[in-house]
Ligand binder design. Structure first.
Ligand SMILES: [Zn+2]
Length: 327
């Protein structure tokens, strides 16, 4: 994991340099510790005994968990509450920040163990400045893909205003969330398209697994498969809002989900979800939930069984492309 801190005052730069030198010395001494292990949070529990995280022998315990695939219109935001711990993956568009804040507050959320921003597109980080400002956050995980626009700068400014640094997680790292845990699956290299630079992760609560791939497209899906990390999941949040640029057949076969959740806006101009993806899911007998039809979708997991707040969608209705071929 690489750590970032964008505060620019010289004292911080010096401190960062000293920390870097100290870490470099530790590594040179052969401690084998990951870079972030001396950070200010529960570091990734991993990589100690030489194996990849997925093979490290650490099995997630089970605890009462609820996963909210929040209806943020055309965008993504998922809240995971697990055994008193909380994480939020993405924050929807700019105009969703306050609604998202209210949703979290209504759920009794006061602080986040983790905020994961999968990649810097506005439909994922737009509302993040509000969330960063309003909640205490232990650990911020971000893609290393940077953008030079107002939305991205607002997120960085909000982090700076709270003196929060962020980390770029690496595939194979395992992070605890109480007894549950999540494993980073991507990004596996640098990409020219921010979608492919999405952080992907597999959340595991006992025997139940939930996959999140942001807007990763087929190219990044293939890299995840090539990494050898397990993608097998009970619940798959359809990549890229159900776009046919993601959820390739090969990837879906490896995930082999029982359920899929599609997060997209009603009548969105991209035509999400695309018919190709719905057809693949239907052929695989996957039960599909959709935020555009059903609003926020909530899954409960006790570590062995998963239940839902609504019945699966049975419309199999694809969207209609009305805007420029898009994101
Ligand atoms: Zn998106």
């Amino acid at each position: 994991m690489r750590r970032r801190n964008r505060r620019n005052d010289p004292g911080n730069r010096l401190a960062a340099k000293l920390i870097y030198l100290a870490l470099a010395a530790l590594i040179a001494m052969g401690t084998g510790k990951a870079l972030g292990d001396s950070g200010n949070h529960d570091a990734a529990r991993t990589i100690s005994s030489g194996g990849q995280a997925g093979e490290s022998g650490k099995t997630a315990g089970a605890q009462e968990t609820e996963i909210h695939y929040i209806d943020v219109g055309q965008g993504d935001s998922t809240l995971i509450r697990s055994g008193g711990h909380t994480m939020l993956i993405d924050c929807g568009l700019n105009d969703q920040g306050t609604a998202l804040q209210l949703y979290l507050t209504k759920q009794g959320v006061e602080r986040l163990d983790y905020l994961v921003l999968t990649h810097p597109d506005a439909d994922h980080i737009g509302g993040a400045d509000v969330i960063i400002t309003k909640f205490d956050i232990d650990t911020v995980l971000m893609s290393d893909f940077e953008k030079d626009n107002k939305t991205y700068r607002e997120v960085i400014d909000a982090l700076d205003a709270k003196s929060l640094s962020w980390s770029v997680p690496r595939p194979g790292e395992v992070y605890p969330l109480g007894e549950a845990q999540f494993t980073i699956l991507a990004p596996n290299r640098e990409y020219t398209d921010p979608n492919n630079a999405s952080i992907a992760l597999l959340f595991q609560n006992g025997e139940n697994t939930f996959l999140f791939t942001g807007d990763a497209e087929e190219e990044a899906e293939n890299d995840i498969l090539a990494s050898g990390l397990s993608v097998k999941a009970d619940v798959y949040k359809a990549g890229h809002h159900g776009s046919d640029t993601a959820s390739s057949e090969r990837f879906l076969e490896a995930v082999s989900p029982k359920y899929a959740v599609i997060s997209c806006g009603e009548d969105n101009s991209y035509g999400h979800p695309h018919a190709e993806v719905l057809n693949r899911l239907r052929a695989m007998k996957v039960q599909v939930f959709r935020t555009d039809e059903q609003g926020s979708v909530v899954a409960w997991s006790d570590g062995s069984e998963i239940t839902w707040n609504c019945a699966p969608s049975e419309t199999w209705q694809s969207g209609e492309r009305t805007g420029s071929a898009g994101k």
